[in-house]
Design a protein around this ligand. Structure first.
Ligand SMILES: C[S@@+](CC[C@H](N)C(=O)[O-])C[C@H]1O[C@@H](n2cnc3c(N)ncnc32)[C@H](O)[C@@H]1O
Length: 591
């Protein structure tokens, strides 16, 4: 059975978003829904899974539902893959339910019916049955990102469902499913957890907050309950009456549960660990604390989900103590990083094998680009705290085909650089194959995202996009920054010392704790995402206050030359104390 459920190829799974739900997770979602149904007044119930695969979620719902009431339940399943649907039929057909209706169809096309005309599904009766007024939706809709969907399909979906930003197929499903749900009906849906914390999830956060009384949100983090590479979450909501959706969002207090494996956490709260037998036990009886399951440590946090006033902000899943801590830090912030500095991503060539090399000096002289065009490149593997590793930046150079000409950004003139020109001509076919560059009518030898050629020379902080801990390092050598890193330069006319204050704060355990609580964007194995949208919101204390002045002075020492480990540890310890004092909280240390 397991083999049969996972027999699709990896590519096909990616394209159709068909990572089937493990039975325990299916039972968990079913039980959370049944928990909030008002069974005493139940006459009949219609339950829909709009992308039912081989029926795991419907099966779990049927098995978890009180057997006395099962005769009153109609089960509806829609699935675009005929063979998966056949399997669902085999698994569900003999259960003692009221009615079972399974349809081989595209749910998004099917439910185009009432507001958008459907040509895909002719059976109006069935269409109405699953597109209007169902009482319960249980789903794990396909998760297919824009890159895999293709830009045309993504644009069509964006238009059809009034979505903006990076569209994922599950965004469209969330909207279509909501249209199918009776006001007062319950949805229990498994999705990626990305919408909770990313900019691209803003439309969906706003949509869910306006359409539902949010009952529970589970961020299942890196618990590996799922085969898919995305980190899953479960949303349980009650659709609000139509006239209530005009209000900004519900005042109803939603409960959240977050569970993440512990690797390099900071400020773990009570150190006492409890034993648990499975992640599901923790989810059912969620209680904030640290738990040990088969030698692994997990942190569970639970509390009320506080929706921010603006949907552009992430949903913060913090306990009341954590919220109080965040509040103190925010109150003591004099600035945010974005008030003082600009945070940008590094360059994106879209042909790294042509532009970035370690072996330029080995090339024949006639195709070895002119020295002034080969610039040192700081990449992910150079990242360390405070300074780049050794002479990492020198080991790899980028052929940088952009310059400032008469005060303006320009692409270099190849006629002025005959050797670079000869080298690039050799790779012309490869470079011209770059669809983005071609479609934007840019020159064939341009770097797709070159950033500002005048900005590299400024003192800057560089940090990798993904890392287990903050690695903000200082560069004064005018290096270019690769696209797997971001970089921070001060805005014009700012005091240069502010860059050291930003670095001291950004590299602290305090800010790591702040990052985790505010942005909840962790990946597997304790790695964190460091993106512009987060780092630019880091709070910065008053630069003229004594702790800030001392932070600046210590960071200057750290970036002036690499220090032996012991001396480094001592200064970092002092910095933790100073950063805590600058924000008026107790020091935070890794545990
Ligand atoms: C993540 S799987 C979930 C399957 C099942 N509900 C489960 O939880 O195990 C998503 C399913 O959606 C199906 N699917 C993808 N696009 C669809 C569409 N437009 N309409 C209906 N089903 C679709 C895929 O074939 C796949 O079986």
């Amino acid at each position: 059975m397991r083999a049969m459920r996972s027999s699709k190829s990896v590519t096909l799974k990616k394209e159709t978003g068909s990572h089937f739900t493990p039975p325990e997770l299916a039972r968990f979602v079913a039980s959370r829904i049944i928990n909030v149904l008002r069974l005493d007044s139940l006459h009949s119930l219609t339950v829909l899974d709009p992308a039912c695969g081989d029926g795991e979620l419907l099966l779990a719902f049927a098995k978890s539902f009180p057997p006395d009431h099962l005769q009153r339940v109609t089960f509806l399943g829609v699935e675009s893959d005929a063979s998966a649907l056949e399997r669902a039929r085999e698994r569900l057909i003999n259960l003692p339910m009221g009615r079972l209706e399974l349809m081989n169809a595209d749910f998004l096309g099917l439910c185009d019916g009432h507001q958008r005309q459907s040509e895909l599904f002719q059976d109006a009766l069935s269409r109405n049955a699953c597109c209007e007024n169902v009482d319960v939706i249980i789903a794990n809709p396909p998760y297919v990102r824009t890159q895999v969907l293709g830009s045309q399909k993504a644009q069509d979906l964006a238009r059809q469902f009034a979505l903006s930003g990076r569209v994922d197929l599950y965004h469209a499903f969330l909207i279509s499913m909501t249209e199918s749900l009776f006001p007062g009906g319950i949805i229990g849906v498994i999705t990626s957890n990305r919408y909770l914390s990313t900019n691209s999830g803003a439309t969906i956060r706003q949509f869910l907050a306006s359409q539902y009384d949010i009952l529970e949100v589970f961020d299942l983090g890196d618990t590996k309950l799922f085969e898919a590479s995305v980190l899953p979450s479960v949303f349980i909501g009650r659709r609000r009456p139509q006239n209530a959706t005009d209000r900004k969002h519900s005042s109803h207090a939603a409960r959240f549960v977050r569970i993440y494996e512990q690797f390099n956490e900071v400020d773990c709260g009570p150190r006492k660990e409890r034993e648990a037998d499975s992640v599901y036990t923790l989810l059912e009886a969620a209680d904030t604390g640290i738990y040990r399951i088969s030698g692994r440590r997990y942190k569970v946090s639970t509390g009320s989900l506080v929706l921010p006033p603006h949907s552009t902000e992430p949903w913060v899943m913090a306990t009341s103590d954590e919220r109080a801590w965040l509040n103190t830090v925010n109150t003591r912030a004099k600035f945010r990083v974005c008030d003082l500095a600009i945070v940008r991503v590094g360059i994106k060539t879209t042909a790294d094998e042509v532009f970035i090399r370690k072996d330029w000096s080995d090339l024949p002289e006639d195709v070895r680009p002119e020295k002034e065009l080969l610039l040192p490149l700081l990449s992910h593997d150079c990242a360390d705290r405070w300074l780049a590793k050794g002479d990492c930046a020198q080991s790899r150079q980028v052929l940088y085909t952009h310059e400032i000409r008469k005060g303006l950004r320009a692409t270099i003139e190849l006629s002025e650089y005959p050797k670079a020109s000869a080298y690039l001509q050799k790779h012309r076919t490869r470079l011209e194959a770059r669809a983005y560059v071609r479609e934007a009518r840019r020159k064939w030898y341009e770097i797709w995202v070159p950033q500002d050629p005048a900005a590299w020379i400024q003192p800057k902080l560089v940090f990798p996009d993904i890392a287990p801990e903050p690695l903000f390092f200082y560069d004064l050598r005018g290096c270019i920054v690769d696209g797997n890193c971001y970089w921070i330069v001060l805005k014009p006319n700012q005091d240069p010392d502010l860059l050291f204050l930003i670095q001291g704060v950004a590299n602290s355990s305090l800010m790591t704790h702040y990052h985790d609580l505010s942005f909840s964007n962790k990946l597997y194995a304790g790695r964190r995402r460091y993106l512009t949208q987060y780092v630019q919101k880091y709070p910065i204390p008053n630069p003229t206050a004594e702790p800030s002045r001392q932070i600046i002075s210590l960071v200057k020492d750290l970036v002036s030359e690499p220090l032996p480990e012991q001396a480094l540890g001592k200064i970092e310890y002092e910095l933790e104390l100073l950063v805590a004092s600058a924000f008026g909280v107790d020091p935070v240390f890794a545990c």
